[in-house]
Design a protein around this ligand. Structure first.
Ligand code: CTP
Length: 400
């Protein structure tokens, strides 16, 4: 896909710059040509020799360098490149680009570039959350700059939070997808469920679980990018969707999710149910806050509707239905039973025994079992890349 593509890779001064060396290799291995433009501070983290050896091209890091081919190298370079990928993109370079500042090789090249720009931010989580930075980021998004969102997790500065540059493989996948123009779900209508459900106990309390909705949102974004019309029915989650074409239906309880899905599903080509639906709800909702009186509180819990099974019952020949199974033991057998009992085409198995899989993580490790007795295991990867594997599986079923 990337054969003979010309990639300008911008590197700014963050510790994640070392990961960009691997990104150069991925681009080169895929047959692309790479030229690197770096800021002065990037060169504290990586060396000229590494960049030039890996890219097999001269590094451009000074607007008026003595060994530049032309004095207007920022123009010739930017004419040359098909895309500009800035990874890592610091708060500084994002701020400069959003405000039209051109005071070094990278910012000057960016302002001269008139094709597609991708930026993979990397910084401390407090810097990432800062209002001024967020304003700059929004401005770039509005102007068709594709932001490859950073992950949350352990940061080099010792903090935990959002700001870690996305892994080189995931950045590579975004660029590859851009060039492949893969629209293999064009016109398809897909329902996704995501997040937890909250089952009301009284006006201030509910029963819930730890689901964050990240996996379901990643699948929704992936299949929308590939051309599908996506409806996402989601329980209470704090994340936002990036793709404005996705229709979001917010619900709280399993009953609300059930009714929304039953209404939407008949018009769909497929549904992938990722939500961690609460299996039980209190038999009685207290109208006023339950008071403590020192005695145990007994609460009767009654089963919630099984949304996936209900859709399985109404599923038509030409509809594809997929679910998730989160298991702690006997994983394959349990997943197989759910696949059959709920009349699914395929099921995505998560094992709680796998490190890096499950609620709230940025990564996931899945096995897909299908109704043709095929079992495919996948490596631990970012949820973004897991979503690609699931979308590929959906495409293979929709083709039939
Ligand atoms: N699911 C659903 N409605 C429910 C419970 C689960 O739609 N009330 C869906 C989930 O979205 C997921 C799949 O069913 O796609 C499997 O959920 P899971 O909780 O693993 O399975 P259960 O059928 O609830 O079985 P158990 O909890 O006994 O393992």
């Amino acid at each position: 896909m990337l054969k003979e593509k010309k990639i300008l890779l911008g590197i700014s001064g963050g510790i994640a710059a070392y990961k960009s060396m691997y990104l150069i290799r991925l681009f080169r291995k895929a047959g692309a040509e790479v030229r690197v433009v770096a800021t002065e501070s990037a060169m504290w983290f990586v060396t000229r020799v590494t960049i030039e050896s890996l890219s097999q091209n001269k590094l451009y890091d000074k607007v008026f360098g003595e060994d530049n081919d032309y004095t207007t190298e920022h123009i010739s370079l930017t004419d040359w490149g098909d895309v500009f990928v800035v990874a890592p993109a610091t708060a500084n370079i994002i701020g400069k680009y959003a405000n039209g500042i051109a005071d070094d090789a990278l910012s000057t090249s960016l302002i001269a570039f008139d094709k597609k720009v991708f930026m993979a931010p990397a910084m401390n989580c407090k810097m990432y959350e800062k209002f001024a930075f967020q304003r700059n980021l929004d401005y770039l998004k509005q102007n068709n700059v594709e932001i490859i969102e950073p992950a949350s997790g352990y940061l080099a500065c010792g903090y935990e939070g959002k700001g870690r540059m996305e892994e080189p493989e995931a950045i590579f996948a975004v660029i590859e997808k851009y060039f492949s123009g893969k629209k293999d779900l064009e016109g398809r209508k897909v329902l996704i469920t995501a997040g937890p459900t909250h089952e009301i106990i009284d006006p201030v309390r509910y029963l819930g679980n730890h689901s964050t909705g990240k996996m379901g949102f990643a699948i929704a974004e992936e299949i929308a990018e590939r051309g599908a019309h996506v409806h996402i029915v989601c329980g209470p989650v704090s994340i936002e969707l990036k793709n404005p074409s996705i229709q979001r239906i917010n619900v709280k309880s399993a009953d609300e999710m059930y009714h929304a899905c039953m209404e939407v599903f008949p018009g769909m080509d497929a549904a992938i149910l990722t939500a961690a639906v609460a299996d039980f709800k209190p038999a009685k909702i207290h109208k006023t806050k339950l008071k403590r009186d020192g005695r145990p509180v007994l609460m009767e819990l009654i089963p919630n509707p099984d949304i996936l099974a209900a859709l399985g019952k109404t599923k038509k020949e030409n509809q594809v239905l997929a679910g998730f199974a989160l298991e702690t033991d006997n994983e394959l057998d349990n997943a197989r039973k759910k696949l059959q009992n709920k009349n699914l085409d395929f099921i995505v198995l998560n094992s709680m025994q796998d490190e890096g899989a499950g609620f709230g993580t940025e990564t996931n490790k899945i096995t897909i079992l299908d109704n043709k007795n095929q079992v495919s295991g996948f490596e631990l990867k970012s949820k973004k890349l897991v979503a690609v594997d699931i979308a590929d599986k959906l495409v293979s079923y929709l083709k039939e």
